[in-house]
Design a protein around this ligand. Sequence first.
Ligand code: CP
Ligand code: NVA
Length: 320
Amino acid sequence: MNKDFLSLRDISSEELLDLFTLADKLKVQRTFQPLSGKSAAMVFQKPSLRTRVSFEVGLHQLGAKAVYLGQEAIGIGERESVADVARVLERYTDVIIARLFDHSVLMQLADWSEVPVINALTNHSHPCQVLADLYTIRQHNKLYEGVKIVFVGDGNNVVNSWLEAAMLYPMHFVLAAPEQYNPNLSVLKAALKSGVSRIEITENPKDAVRDADVVYTDVWTSMGQEAEAEERRKAFRPYQVNEKLMSMARPDAVFMHCLPAIRGEEVTDGVMDGKRSIVFDQAENRLHAQKAILVKLLEQKREPKRERKALRRKLASLPE
Ligand code: CP
Ligand code: NVA
């Protein structure tokens, strides 16, 4: 496991399974407090229900303290540089959990910080979500080699993390999206090159969901894209996950959504509240999966980063 959890590429296939085993343990052992006396900074530029609450409650259950820092509070990159924020927070806390617009700001935070940084969503990816999703699929006895997971909708940050998941676990991942809403090209190329999973992209949602074990969707307009909402509503109209589309998947297929959902747009009430929907298990599992990530990251022995050493040497050589 790397120092940071910025993407699912920071863990190996074995570590993924170890995290699930640890999450199972943490789910039942509510009084286990391996992070007693530790603290976390939560740097959030965007709103959040699940991520914020599951991290804050998870840290509390593990014995640690969470300090929530909204954009209005610290103005990362505006009131103060990203590097300076990192170098201050590492002096107080043991981990930085960041939800940011720009993924490069997350990379900078991780480069500058001595303590681990966790990606709590950027415009590029949402690894905590997909980690919890895989754990949820396992809970529903569907995590078998070749499991067919069909994402219907925007090739967004959640899809990029699914492609990274496809480099860790052998699956059949299909994205059904309008052509102009495909995922990040370099992530797609890396996933294809890894050869771990079968990956397909199509514009046809009906063909895509045939034989699906999991049908997954997300909002058509992600946080930060509000100005494009109308145009997106038009482009994605044929991609709604409704009862008719679900009936084309396997009879035992489950429906997943990272939430928040815009009912009546990407999904109908009938599917969200139907018996195949496992969306609230997904939401709950954010807690268990993230607790496992926190425990694993914080128990690691870390070497100071080479860049930081170089900077220290440079500072030490400056005249008083
Ligand atoms: N799924 C998810 O990350 O939800 P929030 O945006 O509410 O945290
Ligand atoms: N794609 C969505 C996910 C929200 C959890 C967004 O970025 O807004």
